[in-house]
Write a protein that binds this ligand. Structure first.
Ligand code: HEC
Length: 109
């Protein structure tokens, strides 16, 4: 009887361990996923109404999908703004600026 309980406990612990391990495989990947989520959220709130939900809308000379800017160039324009696009350097944290810049880079064809 006692042994059975022990085995049951052992089984649940193993199941729990498997769930935990698959939920967060590596800290690196986990934080990248979190960055992606932050970027996506900020993009929807701050950028999508001008650039379209997938960067498909033409704002200024081109859409974000047609853009060929590097991550650094995107980061600069997001911080400072350009033409009629406002800069977000004052409103967003460094992490948020990086996350949204990276998120936008992924729109490029
Ligand atoms: C009020 C509308 C508006 C908002 C809000 C806006 N943008 Fe823009 N964005 C523009 C316009 C207009 C341009 C073209 C600027 C120019 O070259 O004159 C532009 C250009 C860009 C470019 C340069 C693309 C290229 O290759 O020329 C990037 C990158 C960009 N925006 C990212 C963002 C991100 C990220 C956000 C949100 C944090 C954002 N924008 C919010 C209007 C907007």
């Amino acid at each position: 009887m006692r042994e059975k309980k022990f085995k049951m406990a052992l089984a649940s612990i193993s199941i729990l361990a498997v769930i935990l391990l698959t939920a967060c495989p590596q800290t690196g990947r986990k934080s990248q996923a979190a960055d992606h989520e932050t970027g996506s959220l900020i993009y929807e709130r701050r950028c999508a109404y001008c650039h379209g939900s997938r960067g498909e809308m033409v704002a200024g000379p081109r859409s974000l999908q047609e853009s060929s800017m590097t991550l650094d160039e995107i980061h600069r324009i997001v911080v400072q703004g350009e033409g009629t696009m406002p800069g977000f350097g004052e409103e967003l944290t460094d992490e948020e600026l990086e996350a949204v810049s990276y998120f936008v880079l992924e729109f490029q064809d």
